[in-house]
Design a protein. Structure first.
Length: 236
């Protein structure tokens, strides 16, 4: 969701508490149902522990990516995953920017597919799917680090009906009279705040150079064009 004040160009905004941060991903019914029942993301054998899975802390970006869960059967269920802070940060410490020099070097050396954590900064959306001026983070996890990610999840909730109810409310509000605060009050949009990181992590994620990138006119649609497996929008 869009914050009440203008956000930094690159900033992690999320729903979180002192111990966990909520990240989202959409899956097929089989993967999602088993994950909720057993409170384990890999409870279904259909979930791959080796392929890359993309997670997003932004509720609005998840809605955009999955079409409010209506995009296709592979994204029919949106899961809210409660991830330990330390797991989240550990994954980010190992990240490589998808459009950064480290990734380019890895590709040149034939190591591109071996990068276990990728970060992409995509144009943020509001809950009505309008593109915003600042960016939203997506984190792709693959290889051995998928286990670390899965083990760091302490809660799994299916929030598909919330997404669909939100779409219904917005569709009925053709003139846009319903404001963000009312949607929050109705429980259809979470309160997302800046998730602060230390300076070293900000450097890893390219957060301190965002202004220069923007002024230079650099623009990467990022995950809108990726093709990675446990993101059900990609080909398997």
């Amino acid at each position: 969701m869009e914050p009440s004040t203008k956000a930094a160009y690159r900033q992690i905004r999320a729903n979180y508490n002192d111990e966990t941060i909520t990240v989202y991903q959409a899956y097929s019914e089989g993967i999602a149902t088993a994950a909720v029942k057993h409170q384990k993301l890999n409870a279904s054998p259909a979930f791959s522990m080796t392929r890359m899975t993309w997670i997003k802390p932004s509720w609005a970006w998840m809605l955009y990516r999955s079409g409010y869960s209506y995009k296709d059967n592979r994204q029919a269920h949106i899961l809210a995953l409660e991830l330990k802070h330390e797991t989240f940060k550990n994954l980010l410490r190992k990240a490589v920017l998808s459009h950064g020099p480290e990734m380019e070097q890895a590709k040149e050396e034939g190591r591109g597919k071996g990068v276990s954590v990728r970060v992409q900064w995509d144009p943020e959306r509001d809950v009505r799917m309008n593109k915003l001026e600042y960016r939203s983070i997506q984190i792709g996890v693959s290889g051995a680090l998928v286990k670390e990610f899965v083990d760091g999840i302490v809660g799994v909730e299916d929030v598909t009906e919330r997404a669909r109810e939100l779409k219904k409310v917005l569709d009925e509000d053709g003139e846009g009279n319903i404001g963000l605060q009312e949607l929050v009050t109705r429980g259809l949009v979470p309160v997302e705040r800046e998730f602060e990181l230390d300076e070293k992590l900000r450097e890893v994620l390219g957060m301190n150079f965002a202004g220069a990138e923007k002024r230079a006119g650099a623009s990467h649609s990022g995950a809108e064009g990726y093709n990675n497996s446990n993101d059900p929008a990609s080909k398997t």
